[in-house]
Ligand binder design. Structure first.
Ligand code: HEC
Ligand SMILES: [Cu+2]
Length: 268
C-alpha cells in the first residue's frame, strides 16, 4: 500500500470523524429526471428544432445561456445544462415557463411567453431541455451525468468529495477511473466499507482503481456511499462556488469536463 493511499485514507477517517459527510446520508435519493425513452426520441428532436430556431438566441446552441442576444437583457439567461437547476425544477415548471414566461414562476420578464406553441410542442421542448443536462458524449462516450455537486467544507478540512449520478447510455461497461482539477492534487474513486470491531460497527473508505457503470445502468456517488475523494487541496471551494473537474473514464482515457456546484448538502 502506498503512503499516499494511507494518507488519503487517514483524511477520510478525519472527515468521517468530524461528520462532514454525515448530514445527508440518511436522506432518500432525489428522483432522476426522466430520460426520454425511444418513443420520445422523435419528440425530443422536434423540441430541438424549435429550440434551435427561437430559444438559442438567448440560451445558446448548447443551452448554456450564452446566445448572441444573451447580453443586454438586464437579466442572466438561465444555464439550462446546470445539474443543480435541472435537479431543482419540475417538467411542469419548465412547461409553464415556456408557455407563460419566467415571470409566471417568479422570474424576470426577459424570458417572454410563447403563447403560440401547442402542448405537444411544449412537451417536445421540455424533453429536449431535459436532455441538455450534463449530457456529454466525449468522443463516442455515451454518458449522462446528473446531480453533480461538490461538498463544501470548512477551511481547516483536508479533504472533500464529489458526488453525482452517472448513467451509461451505451452497450458496453464504462469505468470512472479518476479526475483532475487545479483545486487539488488527488482524485480517487472510493467505496465505503463497514467493519465490526469489538462489537462496534466502524465505517471506513477504500480507494479503488475504478468504479464501474454497467451498460444501461447508473453509478451513484453519494454521501455515505461511493464517492470521488478529493485530497491534497490547493484551494478550499466555498459554498456557492462552481468548480470545474475533468472526469476520466475507461476504457481508453476519455476526459469529460464538468462544472460542479459547491453545496453544503445533497441537492434535493
Ligand atoms: C429574449 C431571450 C430569451 C429567449 C428568446 C428565451 N429565453 Fe428562456 N430565459 C431567458 C432568461 C433571461 C431566463 C432567466 C429568467 C429568470 O431566471 O428570471 C430564462 C429562463 C428560462 C428557463 C428557466 C426558468 C426557471 O425555472 O428558472 C427555461 C426553461 C427557459 N428559459 C426556456 C426557454 C425556451 C424553451 C425558449 C424558446 C421557446 C426560451 N427560453 C427563449 C431568456 C430567453
Ligand atoms: Cu474517501
Amino acid at each position: 500500500m502506498s503512503s499516499s493511499l494511507r494518507l488519503s485514507r487517514d483524511f477520510c477517517g478525519l472527515v468521517l470523524l468530524f461528520g462532514f459527510f454525515a448530514g445527508a446520508c440518511s436522506k432518500a435519493p432525489a428522483p432522476i429526471a426522466q430520460l426520454p425513452d425511444l418513443a420520445d426520441a422523435s419528440a425530443s428532436r422536434a423540441g430541438e428544432m424549435i429550440f434551435q430556431t427561437r430559444c438559442f438566441v438567448c440560451h445558446g446552441r448548447g443551452g448554456k445561456g450564452d446566445g448572441p442576444a444573451s447580453t443586454g437583457l438586464g437579466a442572466a439567461v438561465r444555464d439550462l445544462t446546470s445539474p443543480s437547476w435541472q435537479g431543482s425544477t419540475s417538467d411542469e415548471t419548465i412547461g409553464k415557463v415556456i408557455r407563460s414566461g419566467a415571470a409566471a414562476v417568479g422570474g424576470t420578464a426577459a424570458m417572454a411567453p410563447n403563447p403560440d406553441l401547442s402542448d405537444a410542442q411544449i412537451y417536445s421542448l421540455t424533453l429536449y431541455i431535459r436532455s441538455l443536462s450534463g449530457i456529454a458524449f466525449a468522443d463516442d462516450l455515451p454518458i449522462k451525468i446528473e446531480y453533480a455537486w461538490l461538498q463544501a467544507l470548512p477551511p481547516v478540512a483536508e479533504a472533500t468529495a464529489a458526488y453525482m449520478k452517472i448513467r451509461n447510455l451505451g452497450e458496453a461497461p464504462l469505468k470512472l477511473i479518476g479526475a483532475s482539477s487545479p483545486i487539488a492534487a488527488r482524485f480517487e474513486p472510493m467505496i465505503t466499507t463497514k467493519q465490526v470491531r469489538n462489537g462496534q460497527e466502524i465505517m471506513g473508505m477504500e480507494t479503488v482503481a475504478e468504479l464501474e457503470i454497467p451498460p444501461g445502468g447508473t453509478l451513484e456517488l453519494k454521501p455515505g456511499g461511493n464517492h470521488l475523494m478529493i485530497t491534497g487541496l490547493t484551494s478550499h471551494p466555498k459554498e456557492g462556488e462552481r468548480v470545474k473537474l475533468t472526469l476520466r473514464f475507461a476504457p481508453g482515457d476519455h476526459r469529460l469536463d464538468l462544472e460542479f456546484p459547491v453545496l453544503r448538502q445533497e441537492p434535493k
